[in-house]
Design a protein around this ligand. Structure first.
Ligand SMILES: [Fe+2]
Length: 393
């Protein structure tokens, strides 16, 4: 039986188990590729436990964030990722072909060395109407890198290669342990596409993490371009779709997923920025960095806030959507960062600070919270050591 038929069979049986045997209302949604997501409403923890037992799979991973539970099972050649969100009383099960997720239930850092976070500047002079773009790089203790997005233009891709070349300390060449794409807007994956086309033979990549949307028309080009290029140039790399609750261990960083667009269902993804994957990075001394991508609408910020509450607390925050919109005072109150990164230009930052529509949340963040440092993606690359539980110059 083909994997798509196996997935459909498991989903149909689980649907019947929920609706017929337990009287629980359920719906099925088609995700990217062959994956399907089953959502059961008005579920409780006991139903979650019963459902996990019913699956009768091999448990490969478990996580708990507050009262939300996450488990990954293998059934044959398939993955079933089952999670329960307490604030919504929803059970979700994503069934997909098996992937080699490097998940870690316990912290097991390879050293106590603090990773360095580098905020890449963008080529704003070449994009007068696009003062956006995100590029963050973590340098790990084995000399390899984790990259978030990378920017918009070919010149941003060139900057990434220059950065990697200058910072590389490995004798076996430049190695990117993981390249994470937050979402499919061009100021986030444009440079990635240029980089793959121009420099794939100069740089090794182990993992690509990206979570495409197939039910929001805007994302179609992104799906085609990015996935095809990865398959073309990095056939040996592992391409993974991250889901909320997954904790990845890469050398001396832990990267935990706090939000993906699957969490929005059964509502539609009406704003493509809301398809951003949100992750929290933890260093060996416990310093935390929250990467929010471009999450844009207040309703999604509220969803994140309701699901994660005090777990949002982070020392360093990449401000959502370049500071344009999306973050709310309530969300910032939970995150309470001492350092904020606005991935925009000096000019745009000045305008954001003066515009009515962006003033309230940014004012709250910068004036009401205890923010000690603002970093912009302009005037060169900025380095921050991730060993700053409290702020120091
Ligand atoms: Fe953006």
């Amino acid at each position: 039986m083909k994997s798509s038929e196996q997935i459909r069979k498991i989903i149909d049986e689980a649907f019947a188990w929920l609706e017929t045997a337990h009287g629980v209302s359920a719906r099925v949604f088609s995700l990217y590729g062959e994956a399907l997501e089953l959502i059961a409403e008005n579920a409780g923890l006991s139903l979650y436990e019963e459902f996990c037992s019913y699956l009768n799979g091999q448990r490969r991973y478990e996580n708990r964030i507050l009262n939300n539970l996450y488990r990954l099972f293998s059934v044959g050649e398939l993955d079933i990722y089952v999670y329960y969100t307490d604030s919504e009383h929803r059970l979700r099960a994503v069934v997909s072909p098996r992937s080699a997720y490097p998940l870690a239930e316990e912290l097991n850092f390879t050293s106590n060395t603090a990773p360095t976070l580098s905020v890449l500047n963008m080529s704003y002079e070449l994009q007068p109407s696009h003062d956006n773009g995100l590029g963050l790089v973590l340098t790990l203790d084995d000399g390899s890198f984790v990259i978030y997005d990378g920017g918009f233009l070919e010149s941003d891709a060139d900057r990434i290669l220059n950065f990697l070349t200058q910072r590389n300390t490995r004798t076996d060449g430049i190695c990117i342990t993981a390249w994470i794409i937050t979402h499919g807007h061009e100021d986030h994956y444009g440079a990635f596409v240029w980089f793959l086309k121009k420099y794939h033979d100069l740089v090794k990549v182990k993992y690509f993490l990206l979570n495409p949307v197939n039910h929001c028309g805007e994302g179609k080009d992104y799906l085609a371009t990015v996935s095809e290029l990865i398959d073309l140039y990095y056939a040996d790399a592992t391409k993974l779709i991250p889901y909320t609750g997954m904790k990845f261990q890469f050398q001396n960083v832990r990267i935990e997923v706090l939000f993906t667009h699957q969490d929005i269902l059964p509502l539609p993804v009406t704003c493509f920025n809301d398809a951003s994957t949100i992750t929290k990075i933890t260093s060996p001394d416990g310093t935390t960095l929250l990467v929010t991508g471009d999450i844009q609408t207040r309703s999604r910020s509220s969803l994140l806030q309701n699901n994660m509450r005090e777990y949002m607390k982070s020392d360093i925050l990449q401000v959502p959507h370049h500071g344009d919109s999306g973050g709310t005072p309530d969300l910032y109150d939970l995150i309470d960062p001492h350092t904020v990164i606005y991935s925009t230009s000096n000019d745009k930052y000045g305008r954001i600070r003066g515009e009515d529509w962006a003033l309230a949340p940014n004012d709250f963040l910068l004036k009401k919270m205890q923010v000690k440092r603002v970093i912009l993606a302009d005037d060169g690359i900025k380095d921050i050591s991730l060993t700053q539980k409290t702020f120091s110059d």
